[in-house]
Write a protein that binds this ligand. Structure first.
Ligand code: AMP
Length: 213
């Protein structure tokens, strides 16, 4: 039985890009709590408005809200899920094991990268408002300024990729990752991926770790 995949990594470590490729080439299903939260905000619901305030300064949304959103959007019976951006703390890791994964095997892939590289990556990140493709103005620039190479959609910068918010998000990540790594190490599910290489080399390492080669 294939393992469910838990992607751990700082914002900008490339885990979202790798997840999208696994979806396209291997039929996995990516579930990103950041995307689910942004979708809720775009609907303009009362919950969405509450979340918006929290997310706009880079802080974490409360565990209950995020976990409920996740539960209604995944079913590991059906496919290999990639949990992208969840868990963000030990409590969420335990909820994931107990209430979502239960008896399904899982692996935690840690996308390891020096945090000093990430600020530049994040402030230069742009994503397509139409298809979600991710670009970087320095390392993976679109061919036409401000337009998606794949579908021609308008490229946007996420509000929380602005410099002052990025610094807060990286600080929060740094505080949260150590107990998570210990948790997955103790339960013998942790695999470290060197996330500093090219997208292709990281992808190869991901396939190997996931048992999908
Ligand atoms: P991301 O797209 O993963 O970088 O997440 C963007 C923002 O969404 C974070 O800075 C948090 O405010 C919120 N968020 C995403 N996932 C979680 C989570 N698992 N727990 C709490 N907040 C989250």
């Amino acid at each position: 039985m294939l393992s469910q995949l838990i992607f751990l990594g700082a914002p900008g470590s490339g885990k979202g890009t790798q997840a999208k490729r696994l979806v396209a080439e291997k039929g996995c299903i990516q579930v990103s709590t950041g995307d689910l939260l942004r979708l809720e905000i775009s609907k303009g619901t009362a919950l969405g408005n509450r979340i918006k305030t929290t997310m706009s300064n880079g802080s974490l949304v409360d565990d209950k809200t995020v976990s409920e959103l996740l539960k209604i959007n995944c079913n590991p019976e059906k496919a290999v899920y990639i949990f992208d951006g969840y868990p963000r703390n030990l409590e969420q890791a335990k909820i994931l094991d107990k209430e979502i994964l239960s008896s399904h095997p899982s692996k935690a892939l840690h996308f390891e990268i020096d945090l000093s590289i990430l600020k530049d990556r994040l402030v230069n990140r742009r994503s397509c408002s139409k298809c979600g493709a991710i670009f970087n103005l320095i390392s993976h620039a679109p061919k036409n300024h401000g337009k998606c190479d794949l579908c021609g959609g308008i490229l946007e910068q996420r509000n929380d990729d602005k410099e002052e918010v990025v610094l807060n998000r990286l600080k929060i990540f740094q505080g949260a990752i150590t107990p998570l790594l210990s948790y997955y190490k103790e339960t013998k599910r942790l695999i470290t991926i060197d996330a500093t290489g090219s997208q292709d080399s990281v992808y190869k390492a991901v396939l190997k770790a996931a048992g999908l080669l």
